[in-house]
Design a protein around this ligand. Structure first.
Ligand SMILES: [Zn+2]
Length: 473
């Protein structure tokens, strides 16, 4: 019997706000444990949450970036569970009235993955379990604003799941919602998967998989889980609904706990926060500020004549394209700007392991290097040397460095002709061969002229002079 997998994805994304969702504590990764805390986010009695407006606006922006529809009326609910990283004993989340629904993402294979809901909630703290027999708790993360994005069961393979996550991340990063850095936990993902016989309606019993720390892990875990469920059903067994954890080192999932149902969480409306009416004016204002998406940008760059490799580099993140566009503006030529941004500039960025926005050289400086090459004062390789010298001494100018390095290209036709004439006189045999139809001989003559002029002669002018003098001009 053939089975078809059905996959749902639940992604949590931390919003890049300055402060937490319901208090004034900084929303920052990497500080000393329990230093970004206050009575609100540590759940002390007698305190009241206040909704962070920036979080709400970023949430609305995310919904718009995902083509979702915003609910005119929304509210927060308490979701109860007992865990050491949750000091209040409940999480402020959204249950029956999420602030957005609908929208979705088109995959490379044409499949449209619909979004069931997008809601806002607070993050929990973090348990640190690697201290022998004790567990420590860091509450810096408690109260950080989170977006939960849930798909409809429209994904049917591990590749599609991988593609969905890659595109989701790109959308959110380009819209400035979040860094979506899985290593720092600003994007986390749980998946649920079931299989059912091809041609039959309905779904099989699903398992949820947790502890997936990279998109590659999501793919591996799904492949394993689909195979496990298939084998189970083929051998006459049945799948139990449960939450499983992914053990990456061993390449398998294992039972973690039985799956909670909604009623286990005893949801009820958060009494300390008023319900929210999201007015159309605010939505319209946020829509006009929505940054350009990666897809729109790719199409625009393609129309500029950039090749697919350049498109890929320049849409890695927003900063790369922004850098390219500043350079294109400064040098007045999109193609040259793309070649330099994807070539020397990107090489430097890789070397420094930094973002385009943190490079030690500005688009204006690179434009001045490009101008040297364009005017014929520097060869392509000389321009590269000037670029490197400029990185090392950013207070100097490209012009002065060209002189300092003695790299100025000679375009003086008279001087070049004199050198060509000298080379021809000293190489009668090669000249005779060329004139007898052996065009290859010109190559060695060209090399000799370039050598004679210290490699600085403008090759186009040398070639032209050589042709003319060989032809007896
Ligand atoms: Zn706080």
């Amino acid at each position: 019997m053939e089975f078809r997998p059905t996959i749902g994805l639940e992604t949590h994304v931390q919003l890049a706000t300055a402060t937490k969702l319901f208090c004034g504590c900084a929303n920052r990764f990497g500080d000393a444990p329990n230093t970004l805390v206050c009575p609100v986010c540590t759940g002390q009695p007698g305190v009241l949450p206040v909704l962070n407006r920036q979080a709400l606006e970023l949430g609305i922006r995310a919904a718009l970036a995902l083509d979702a529809e915003l609910a005119p009326f929304t509210k927060f609910d308490r979701k109860h569970y007992f865990y050491p990283d949750l000091p209040k004993g409940f999480q402020i989340s959204q249950f029956d009235l999420p602030f957005a629904h609908g929208g979705g993402i088109r995959l490379d294979d044409g499949t449209f993955v619909r979004l069931r809901r997008i809601h806002l909630e607070e993050d929990a703290g973090k348990g640190i379990h690697d201290r022998g027999d004790s567990t420590l708790v860091d509450l810096n993360r408690a109260g950080v604003p989170l977006l939960e994005i849930v798909t409809e069961p429209d994904v049917h393979s591990s590749e599609q799941a991988y593609d969905y996550l890659t595109k989701l991340k790109e959308r959110l990063r380009f819209a400035g919602i979040s860094e979506c850095d899985m290593e720092k936990g600003s994007l986390r993902c749980d998946v649920n998967v079931s299989i059912h016989p091809v041609g039959q309606d309905g779904f099989g019993t699903r398992c949820e998989i947790k502890n997936l720390n990279s998109f590659a892990m999501v793919r591996r875990a799904l492949e394993y889980e689909i195979a496990r469920q298939t084998q189970l059903l083929e051998s006459g067994g049945r799948v139990v609904q449960e939450t499983r954890t992914w053990r990456d080192a061993e390449g398998r999932t294992e039972t973690m706990r039985s799956k909670e149902e909604a009623q286990d969480y005893r949801y009820f409306p958060e009494p300390d926060l008023p319900p929210l009416t999201i007015d159309a004016q605010l939505i319209a204002a946020i829509r006009t500020q929505l940054p350009e998406s990666a897809d729109t940008r790719r199409a625009r760059y393609q129309a500029m004549g950039l090749n697919s490799e350049e498109l890929q580099t320049l849409t890695l993140d927003r900063a790369s394209g922004d850098w390219f566009e500043s350079l294109a503006k400064a040098c007045g030529e999109a193609k040259a700007a793309a070649v330099w941004t994807c070539g020397e500039v990107n090489r430097l960025r890789n070397e420094r392991n930094c973002s385009f926005s943190d490079l030690p050289i500005t688009p204006a400086q690179v434009a001045s290097v490009i101008a040297l090459a364009k005017s014929g004062r520097a060869s392509v390789s000389a321009a590269r040397q000037v670029f490197n010298a400029l990185v090392a001494s950013p207070s100097k100018t490209a012009d002065s460095l060209l002189n300092e390095l003695g790299l100025e290209q000679v375009s003086d036709t008279g001087a070049i002709e004199a050198a060509v004439a000298e080379v021809l006189a000293a190489n009668e045999k090669a000249v005779a061969e060329y004139r007898a139809g052996k065009e290859k001989a010109a190559g060695s003559l060209m090399g000799q002229v370039m050598k004679k002029m210290g490699g600085r002669a403008n090759p186009a002018i040398v070639q032209e002079a050589l042709k003319r003098l060989l032809a007896g001009g």
